[in-house]
Design a protein around this ligand. Structure first.
Ligand SMILES: [Zn+2]
Length: 178
């Protein structure tokens, strides 16, 4: 994810300008292949090092208590990740199509096509961590004693995502789902 942030002084106020890394009111879609949930969360963590009070997001109004905003974003993503894992435990095996409406049952169905992409970003993170496995589009939890990295599968998934046609501007997929 090639998003950059900078902290600046604006009328004497410390502002963090995030671009579309942070949006007001919606969660940016993390879109494989260049969107990776692990990288996104790592990038959020890096922002805590800046000195700022408010965030100027890529879309929306200035956001007060900027570091609380970042903490909430992080918590939101990790709560979603926990829901991915608990949903997979219930379903035993799942495809992106069967998992999306379960994990995003709080998101309107017309946004599920974008939610599905962010779900894939979550799964790639979990695959990299050895917590899930994937074969022919079927996803399963990986028992802890079998946990190991799966670099070949990750490369194949990212390559497949890169070939996916998207007739839309990627960075403006923002209004979808977290
Ligand atoms: Zn934008």
């Amino acid at each position: 994810m090639r998003r950059t942030a900078c902290a600046t002084s604006w009328s004497g106020e410390q502002l963090l300008i995030t671009g579309d890394h942070v949006l007001e009111g919606v969660s940016p879609v993390i879109l494989p292949p260049d969107g990776n949930m692990a990288d996104y969360l790592n990038s959020i963590d890096k922002l805590f090092a800046y000195d700022f009070e408010r965030i100027a997001p890529g879309h929306g109004d200035l956001m007060d208590r900027g570091k609380d905003v970042l903490r909430a974003l992080r918590a939101h993503r990790l709560a979603r990740e926990a829901k991915v894992l608990s949903s997979m435990a219930r379903l035993t095996e799942a495809t992106l199509d069967t998992l999306t409406p379960v994990v995003y049952d709080d998101v309107p169905a017309d946004r599920h096509q974008w939610a599905r992409l962010t779900l894939e970003a979550h799964l790639i993170k979990l695959l990299r961590e050895g917590r899930v496995r994937e074969l022919n589009g079927i996803w399963r939890l990986r028992p802890p004693d079998q946990a190991e990295g799966a670099p070949c599968r990750i490369a194949a998934l990212v390559e497949r995502a890169a070939r996916r046609p998207l007739g839309i501007a990627r960075h403006h997929l923002a209004a979808a789902a977290g």
